[in-house]
Design a protein around this ligand. Structure first.
Ligand code: AMP
Length: 498
C-alpha cells in the first residue's frame, strides 16, 4: 500500500465505514467519512489542475468550515504543504507570510480577494467562503486524484509562529510528526470511533487543526463541528458529545453559565484543556460543578503535544502531566540538566518534533539541537511524581484568549510611531482572556496621545494582538544592566483588568 499517513488512515476507515458520520453541524445534515474522503479527492484534483506539485505550499486564509478541513486533507493527499493563516491577519501581515512561503496556491475569503491577490505573487488564487462557496469549489469536476505517496520526513504543513524578534518563523511539520502525535494521543486519551468530539477551536492553529481534527481522523470519531466558541452552542452539544477540547477561556466562560451541571455532562467522558495555563481554581470549580476533572496537556506549534495528565490515574491541577509515551523531556540550564525539582528550560525530543523553521537555518540551529532536542523556551519543573509544571516563559510570550502575542512585534511597531521614544508590551491577568495585552509607551513628544498609538495598532495588527490598554509613562523601569524590568511593570499593573 502506498502511504500518505493521515490520508491513508482516513481512506482505510472511510472505505470500511463509508456512512459513519465524520462531522455534524447544528441544523445541517451530517457528513459521512465516505463523503469527506470523496470531497477531499475532488478538491485535490482542483489543486493539481491549478499546477500544484508535491512540495508546493498551499496558503489558506479562510473562515472555519468543513470544506476548509477537506482542503487541508486534499493538500496533503496531493503531496502539498498546508499553510493555514489566522483569519485576523491584516494585509500587511499577510504580505510577509506570502512572500516568505512563496505558495503555489493561495485560498482566501471572497470578501478579501481584491486585497490579497496583489500580495500572492505568481500563486493561483482561489476563494472559499464560510458556506463552502467560491472559485475553489466552483472548479470542482468529476476528476479525483490518486493520493501521492509520502515519506515520514516529507512536509505536510507549515505553521507560522510569531518570532520573539518580531519576525514570524514557519514551523515545518512532517507527515510523520502529525501522524505519530495523533496516534499517540488516540491511545493515551482512549479515543474510539464511538467518540463525538466538540470542535469549537479555530483551524489555523495546531490545537484545532491537528490535535482535535487529526485525533478524530485516526479514531474514526465524529466531530461536532462548530463555527466558533459560544457557551450557548457548547451547552447545546454537551448532552450528546463525549469529549470537549478547549483553551482555558472556554472553561472559565462555561463556568459562568448556570446550566452547567453534572446532568448536562452525564454523557461526557473527557474535558481537555491546553494552549495556555489553566488556573488551579478553574480546575477545582469545574470538578465541583460537573463532577469531571479537566485533563490538562502541553504542546506547541513546533512539537505538537509533548505532555499530558493521564487518562487513567491522577490528574494534577497546576501541572501539565507526564511526557507522552514516545516523547523524551528534560529540564536544562546553561550547565546541563538541572537537579530534580529545579526550574530550567524544557527541552523535548521525539517523533513529534518539527523539522526546523522554513528558510531559517540559523534560527533552527539556535532552537533545535543536532541530536534532536528542541529547546522550547518554556520554563518548567518536575515534581516528585514526575509531573511537569510550566512556571514561566523564557520567551516573554503573552497568551490572550488562547492566542499568542509576542511583545517584541508590538514594541517594534509602536516605537516607529512619531512622538514615541520607546515602549514595553506586557500581559497582565485578565478575567476573560487569561492575559490582557498592555502597552506602556514613553513619549518623546509631549503632544503624543494614547489615541494616536491606538490608531496605528488598530490599523496594523490583528484584533487579538491589539493592546486592551495603552498607558503613557515618563520612563521605563530598568535594572543596572539597562534591561527593561518587565516584571516590575507586570506587578504594577497586575490589577488593571481585575
Ligand atoms: P502555540 O505554539 O501557539 O501552541 O503556543 C505554545 C506555547 O503555549 C507553549 O510554548 C507554552 O508556553 C504555552 N502552553 C501550551 N499549553 C500550555 C499549558 N497547558 N500550560 C501552560 N502553557 C501552555
Amino acid at each position: 500500500m502506498t502511504d500518505n499517513y493521515l490520508f491513508s488512515r482516513l481512506t482505510a476507515y472511510a472505505e470500511a465505514h463509508p456512512d459513519k458520520p465524520f462531522a455534524e453541524q447544528p441544523s445541517q445534515p451530517s457528513q459521512s467519512y465516505g463523503e469527506t474522503l470523496q470531497n477531499a479527492l475532488h478538491l485535490a484534483a482542483v489543486l493539481t489542475e491549478a499546477g500544484l506539485t508535491p512540495g508546493d505550499r498551499v496558503a489558506v486564509q479562510v473562515e472555519k468550515s468543513l470544506t476548509a478541513i477537506e482542503l487541508y486533507l486534499a493538500t496533503v493527499a496531493a503531496g502539498g504543504i498546508f499553510l493555514p493563516l489566522n483569519t485576523a491577519y491584516t494585509a500587511s501581515e499577510l504580505s510577509y507570510f506570502l512572500t516568505d512561503a512563496s505558495p503555489g496556491i493561495v485560498v482566501c475569503d471572497p470578501a478579501r480577494e481584491a486585497e490579497i491577490t496583489p500580495l500572492a505573487g505568481k500563486a493561483h488564487v482561489f476563494t472559499l467562503a464560510a458556506n463552502g462557496k467560491g472559485s475553489l469549489t466552483g472548479a470542482l469536476s468529476d476528476a479525483v486524484i490518486t493520493p501521492v505517496p509520502r515519506n515520514a520526513d516529507d512536509l505536510a504543513a507549515i505553521l507560522y509562529t510569531s518570532g520573539t524578534t518580531g519576525r514570524s518563523k514557519g514551523a515545518m511539520l512532517s507527515h510523520g510528526n502529525l501522524f505519530s502525535n495523533a496516534e499517540s494521543l488516540q491511545g493515551y486519551w482512549q479515543f474510539t470511533d464511538q467518540d463525538v468530539l466538540i470542535h469549537a477551536l479555530p483551524i489555523f492553529h495546531t490545537h484545532g487543526l491537528f490535535v482535535a481534527t487529526n485525533i478524530a481522523l485516526v479514531s474514526g470519531a465524529t466531530l461536532h463541528f462548530l463555527q466558533n466558541f459560544s457557551p450557548e452552542s457548547i451547552i447545546a452539544a454537551l448532552h450528546r458529545a463525549t469529549v470537549l477540547m478547549g483553551v482555558p477561556t472556554f472553561y472559565t466562560r462555561l463556568l459562568q453559565d448556570p446550566r452547567l451541571t453534572p446532568e448536562l455532562c452525564a454523557n461526557m467522558r473527557l474535558f481537555v484543556s491546553g494552549s495556555a495555563p489553566m488556573l488551579v481554581d478553574t480546575h477545582e470549580q469545574w470538578q465541583a460543578r460537573t463532577g469531571h476533572t479537566i485533563l490538562e496537556r502541553y504542546g506547541m506549534t513546533e512539537t505538537n503535544m509533548n505532555t499530558s495528565n493521564p487518562y487513567s490515574g491522577a490528574r494534577r491541577p497546576g501541572t501539565v502531566g507526564l511526557p507522552l509515551p514516545d516523547v523524551e523531556l528534560r529540564i536544562m540550564d546553561s550547565d546541563g540538566e538541572v537537579a530534580q525539582g529545579e526550574i530550567g528550560t524544557i527541552e523535548v525530543r521525539g517523533p513529534n518534533v518539527f523539522k526546523g523553521y522554513w528558510q531559517m537555518p540559523e534560527k533552527t540551529a539556535e532552537e533545535l539541537r543536532a541530536d534532536g532536542w528542541f529547546i522550547t523556551g518554556d520554563l518548567g519543573i518536575i515534581d516528585d511524581h514526575g509531573y511537569i509544571s510550566i512556571v514561566g516563559r523564557g520567551k516573554d510570550l503573552i497568551i490572550t484568549g488562547g492566542f499568542n502575542v509576542y511583545p517584541k512585534e508590538l514594541e517594534s511597531l509602536i516605537d516607529d510611531i512619531d512622538g514615541v521614544l520607546e515602549s514595553a508590551v506586557i500581559g497582565v491577568p485578565h478575567p476573560d482572556f487569561g492575559e490582557g495585552v498592555v502597552a506602556v509607551v514613553v513619549p518623546s513628544d509631549k503632544a503624543l496621545t494614547t489615541e494616536a498609538v491606538q490608531a496605528v495598532t488598530t490599523e496594523k495588527l490583528a484584533k487579538f494582538k491589539q493592546p486592551k490598554h495603552i498607558l503613557l509613562l515618563p520612563e521605563l523601569p530598568r535594572n543596572t544592566m539597562g534591561k527593561v524590568q518587565k516584571k516590575a511593570l507586570r506587578e504594577a499593573y497586575a490589577n488593571l483588568f481585575t
